[in-house]
Design a protein around this ligand. Structure first.
Ligand code: WAQ
Ligand code: MG
Length: 261
């Protein structure tokens, strides 16, 4: 039996009452793994470097096995850069190689750079003209319902990637493996051709550009101390039609249960 465990925390009240988002996480786990994970998520929510919280929501939902779609994990490329400027320049090149048009690249990076506050989810942008496609304002669109098919992967990646994490309760690799799972689900969504991301955690400078095959980690994408992060999903609207609309695409991101193999 599998369960989706989700945590979200905020300050100044629940998210839906205007509280500020502090952290979120989710995993899909077997029943015997749930108890420990709930405690870990609770501790992560309490001890987040973005600050103290006054609202924590932990949700446990059974997953029907027949609803699960299995998709491959993206392959991983790592790039070491010396500065944010170099990181953003590389990000632009990688987006270009992923078939995102220049104007959409500029709009995407520009939209994240000019955020006054972190969003809860992602911005959907048209990869041809850079227009925003969703109407979710600062909430954005959240990808949920994903995990590793084999939870051993979390531990494996935690062990091989201890270097980059300096927060989230010092759990090695947690940003990386959660982002890899998210990006792999997003890449499997019909209509999305690329993603741009950097963290909202002030000490976590690594970001990534992913496309339909590869998760490209870039060591520095923002200034240390910056608490504003975000995600852009680039959509090829030529792949949308009456039978597969933007709402269907958003439904897949928000609802389809996906396990990464
Ligand atoms: N769906 C869509 N957007 C999301 C989601 C989600 N489930 N979760 C977070 N976001 C958006 C939201 O705007 C956040 O402010 C922003 O992304 C950053 O979220 O070492 O830690 O959880 O390879 O802070 C990437 C590099 C780390 C990992 C990303 O994101 C690595 C990270 P955070
Ligand atoms: Mg964060």
């Amino acid at each position: 039996m599998l369960y989706n465990i989700k945590m979200r925390s905020s300050k100044g009240g629940p998210h839906e009452k205007g509280g500020k988002h502090i952290s979120g996480a989710e995993r899909i786990l077997r029943d015997d793994e749930i108890e420990d994970e709930i405690i870990r998520m609770y501790q992560r929510a309490l001890n987040h470097e973005k600050g103290s919280v006054d609202f924590i929501n932990i949700k446990i939902q059974k997953v029907d096995e027949e609803d699960i779609v299995y998709v491959p994990q993206l392959s991983i490329e790592e790039f070491d850069v010396k500065s944010k400027e170099e990181g953003l320049k590389l990000a632009k090149e990688l987006l270009k190689e992923s078939d995102v048009e220049e104007i959409a690249i500029e709009n995407g990076i520009g939209s994240l750079l000019k955020l006054q506050d972190s969003m809860h989810g992602a911005i959907l942008l048209d990869k041809d003209n850079g227009n925003r496609l969703d109407d979710r304002a600062s909430r954005g669109v959240r990808a949920t319902g994903m995990g590793f098919a084999d939870n051993f992967e979390y531990e494996r990646i935690d062990k091989i990637n201890p270097a980059n994490d300096v927060n989230e309760e010092d759990i090695p690799g947690i940003h990386f493996n959660e982002a890899l799972v998210l990006a792999s689900k997003v890449a499997s969504c019909k209509g999305i051709i690329a993603e741009l991301c950097w963290s909202d955690d002030p000490n976590y400078l690594t970001g990534y550009i992913s496309n339909e095959t590869t998760y490209n980690r870039i060591s520095i994408m923002k200034d240390k101390g910056n608490t504003i992060g975000g995600r852009i999903f680039f959509v090829d609207t030529n792949l949308l039609d009456d039978d597969y609309t933007l709402d269907d695409l958003i439904d897949y991101l928000e609802k389809q249960v996906v396990l990464i193999e």
